[in-house]
Design a protein around this ligand. Structure first.
Ligand code: 5GP
Ligand code: ZN
Length: 116
């Protein structure tokens, strides 16, 4: 996808602090971190979001979760714990339309969803 910022990060057209790279998956630090560790794990191939059927082809989701666990080890938060999440749609504030798994940790993260 020519206009996708995460495609551009994957192919090096846009800078990022990449922490992991394989032929299928890239992990890089979120530009506006919500926690001391906030890393985005993305498929190198463009997939729109978690409802895109391409997300369920091959082992892309499996590999993204495996990379998330591996990056959590590398970041030293495997013992303290972490949260993995996908956003989808307006109520969840999906902003970037390239599938990405958020890895959050490095402090107690509080309730999963703000109560109001
Ligand atoms: P979403 O709300 O779509 O699930 O999350 C998108 C995430 O991408 C946000 O946490 C935002 O801070 C991050 N982000 C947006 N643009 C960039 C960018 O150009 N570089 C990096 N590293 N992160 C970005
Ligand atoms: Zn893309």
């Amino acid at each position: 996808m020519t206009d996708c910022i995460f495609c551009k990060i994957v192919n090096g057209e846009l800078p990022s602090e990449t922490v992991y790279n394989s032929p299928n998956v890239t992990a890089f630090r979120d530009i506006n971190p919500a926690a001391p560790v906030h890393i985005l794990i993305v498929p190198n191939r463009h997939i729109d979001h978690i409802r895109d059927p391409r997300a369920f082809e091959d082992d892309v989701l499996k590999e993204m979760f495996q990379v998330a666990n591996q990056v959590a080890e590398m970041e030293g938060i495997a013992e303290s714990g972490y949260r993995l999440l996908f956003n989808y749609g307006p109520d969840a504030n999906l902003v970037v339309p390239h599938l990405h798994l958020h890895l959050l940790g490095g402090r107690p993260l509080g309730p999963m969803v703000a109560r109001r």
